[in-house]
Design a protein around this ligand. Sequence first.
Ligand code: PSU
Ligand code: MN
Length: 302
Amino acid sequence: MVKINYQKAVKSALDQNGPVVALESTVITHGLPYPQNRDTALGMEAEVSKTGAVPATICLTQGDIQVGLEPEQMEYISTTKNPVKVSRRDIAAAIVARRDGGTTVSGTMEIAYKAGLRVFATGGIGGVHRGNLMDVSADLPTLAQIPMIVVCSGAKAILDLPATREVLETYGIPVIGYQTDDLPAFYSTSSGLPADYNAKTAAEVAQIALTQWEFGLKATILVTVPPPAELAIPAEEIEGVILDAVKEAEEKGIKGSKITPFLLAKVSEKSHSRSLTTNVALLKNNAHIAGLIAVELSKING
Ligand code: PSU
Ligand code: MN
């Protein structure tokens, strides 16, 4: 059996059916520079804690699966040289090679679900890449196959959002707008595409998820939360920057798992960190809302 190492606080919360929120770590290892990566991760954990839920940041350290990090482990994963970006396809090889790894949405979900967690917060999910409709993130099929609640600000705006929206529909992944009719576009309040349903409260989201699971439907409930209004960037303001970044990636021949981190970094550079500020704010906000949902879920389930 592959061993899962639980942080003590996470283990005792799970044993009591208490609220726990999984957090990913690609954003730590490949998304943000040090020390902003560590501070954002700690900030997300703090937002979860404020709601009364327990945060569980998931990653690999020297091939060991960690569910929940002590401060020194957080420091270690934030500063490790040469980490692997662990999508679900990479989990087994990274364990065998004893690598440090930041887990993506798909990697985190595979581990979190086996560890007994049901609620997960991230920034934006992966999806269908612009200009290369065959480059589809492993996040999408994973969302179709693992019954959790994933809280995000939609798919990352660097992607082809209409195509990503279609794939979500094909896979039967319910897109639940959190107090909105619209699907947000990561940095922006709306993508111009609709959510499937507008949930007014965290309790309503918990009810929808329990009904989905009771009925044996496998797809994740995708809860989409707009970025905090004061930091949202109008789509038309960020679109030019995204197009430039996509063009540069094409010219440089960047492909595969490198393209998402490249595009996010370029958009941040070209927007003079405006996108980064929004990215950090939405990560914390999503963590907070995931905490509220986890608390409601454990009230019904606990
Ligand atoms: N959200 C962020 N920053 C990130 C990511 C999400 O705010 O860096 C990561 C997630 O881990 C997501 C991954 O799963 O980017 C998608 O990568 P790809 O397109 O290669 O599947
Ligand atoms: Mn890809």
